[in-house]
Design a protein around this ligand. Sequence first.
Ligand code: UDX
Ligand code: UDX
Length: 480
Amino acid sequence: MVKICCLGAGYVGGPTMAVIALKCPSIEVVVVDISQPRIAAWNSDTLPIYEPGLDEVVKECRGRNLFFSTDLEKHVSEADIIFVSVNTPTKTRGLGAGKAADLTYWESAARMIADVSKSDKIVVEKSTVPVKTAEAIEKILMHNSKGINFQILSNPEFLAEGTAIKDLFNPDRVLIGGRETPAGQKAIQALSDVYAHWVPQDRIIATNLWSAELSKLAANAFLAQRISSVNAMSALCEATGADVAEVAHAVGKDTRIGPKFLNASVGFGGSCFQKDILNLVYICECNGLPEVANYWKQVIKINDYQKNRFVNRVVSSMFNTVSGKKIAILGFAFKKDTGDTRETPAIDVCKGLLGDKARISIYDPQVTEDQIQRDLSLNKFEWDHPVHLQPMSPTTVKQASVVWDAYSATKDAHGICILTEWDEFRNLDFQKIFDNMQKPAFVFDGRNIVDAEKLRQIGFIVYSIGKPLDSWLKDMPAVA
Ligand code: UDX
Ligand code: UDX
């Protein structure tokens, strides 16, 4: 029986391994993690991450051929294939701070693998890492190998949160990078055989190691770039009276462009886009390509600009101050159908409003108060460490309260910011909300999900990203 072990029971490792176990009953899959509470949660009825369809998959295989454990060394030493999906934070200090990846966890994983291995292993890079990481890992393993043969593969993950199970069941492609030696090709084949249990052969692409690593960064950079492009257009639409949804629809009808990833928003978030682009920028700079680095940097700058622009719009339309005013924040996760808040635009928007002394009341159907308080008190880039190694927040942010439904969040509020496109926000009783708010009552829709006309009829002043402005908003221009 082939044995697979995965280091890192997070958003990537957990769902990916659960689907492998489901689709390959003949393979034993063990997911290991240094975090005892995380493993306990994977073994309980309340999984540590919220992902539609995940519960069913885990229930079907757990205890059959899917296991969760903290005994890293035992399972690593027994495995034929080891996936590594541990955190790869952005460095906060030293060389490359703010850009380069911190490979501390990856490196210690590699050293542990070298230490405990007694038989040949295929080590699969699943975390997003800078190009040439595999080479560095290979060096660590080779120099500590005691005669054991290690083959390194890069098998980047393309799943998106909220649709992880669907994406894993039916991937656009599975990319496997490896060495162009006979042993490298054999390892590619072994991993490809795992995916071939459910993925059609023509979607399994073999490349060299660096192409696979770079393809992951490139794919995320291209996706993020589309969002920054449409968000840049949204600012121009507001200035000229065009409607960004109509522009995006017309542009996306060109089959060469396509309709996806053209929704203007308050900004993109998530654990990957910004980090991957920063990695790309750093690699370009290290390779003497400042023009290319600056090109990609601009994607992040527009994203920051979009979040600032949103905060400025809120403040300027409310008579240039939100000091002491209650602002309801509907949605904190970086997108709907996930409880994940990593790099969510809500953090920057809330910090911006708090900076202007607003009182904020936050409601998100999936994010806990503890998580929100942690996010609002952490510094940039501190989030991507195992939770128990993150700095503890010394105090909670007093001006921010977290409540459990949209009606209490908006009660007595002066304004509402919609920051995540949760379906339930479309069907709220806005008349009831309006009746319980201070007047004039504002809605700032950062996801363009509410029916602005209907809300205007109720009496709200409504701002929608990239849409023609109310006369109120026109009279109170935002200063960028
Ligand atoms: C993670 C990284 O965040 C991302 O940068 C990388 O591209 C893929 O792996 P994700 O699964 O979404 O993505 O992260 P997270 O949910 O934080 O899971 C990582 C897990 O690794 C955590 O449960 C952590 O406890 C574990 N870990 C970390 C180890 O088991 N060992 C370590 O040394 C470090
Ligand atoms: C992304 C990639 O899609 C995935 O392939 C990769 O493996 C990990 O990174 P994820 O971050 O989970 O996945 O979500 P995604 O759906 O890509 O959304 C990222 C951010 O962009 C979210 O904040 C989302 O709200 C925003 N977005 C997306 C927009 O603002 N507009 C769009 O049109 C699409």
